[in-house]
Design a protein around this ligand. Sequence first.
Ligand code: FMN
Length: 217
Amino acid sequence: MNVSDAVSTRKSIRAFTDTPVSTEVLATLLEKAARAPSGGNVQPWRVYVINGEAMTRFKAVLQEKRAPEPAAYAIYPDGLKDPYRSARFQVGEQMYALLGIPREDKPARLRRLAENFNFFGAPASIFCFVDRQMGPPQWSDLGMFLQTFMLLATEAGLGTCAQEAWANRAETVSEFVGADPELMLFCGVAIGEPDISAPVNTLVSERFAVEQFATFL
Ligand SMILES: Cc1cc2nc3c(=O)[nH]c(=O)nc-3n(C[C@H](O)[C@H](O)[C@H](O)COP(=O)(O)O)c2cc1C
């Protein structure tokens, strides 16, 4: 698989099989992903891996701790502008259509949202943190690490879904992994074998045309 193939075939996977993921494979992916660039080579990503028995324990904790928690950060800005707002709306509608959940069925939409906290059934995950001292440049570095990791996972035949939904369970995640209080959770990544029979995994999200986001002078 070349880089273009990895970029074009990676997509968010939101239904997984039970097939376990090897911790060695995850370690290799992390080692390779650490070649991602970062300003000043500070490598600000800090990662916790939850797999196998740890995943079983974490899911038990999640069952117990269901109370709302303060969000680690605002996932979207208040009053998200267009065209960003419309793009967000559109992908949500496409996803719910594939799941057969109509707009009016708010309880079903909420139940589906809560599937984030079951990693959509994925057997493995990583949680990405960044030191609270860091600012937008280092958050951007973390994003590069994240995409590099997801592309490498694609090459290894694994499906992924980055999940900033975990910002709403940051306390539970941080406590479970024993993260230093100086570290702030950015997102989780659900990892596993894609369930190819699940309609939700057929979603191919749209993109703005180049002329909508790039200006050639
Ligand atoms: C940092 C980040 C966080 C995300 N958080 C979530 C999430 O919490 N739940 C979810 O279902 N998808 C999440 N996504 C997936 C996006 O919705 C998805 O990347 C976008 O719609 C484009 O689709 P694609 O990944 O299939 O190309 C996240 C993606 C990124 C990059």
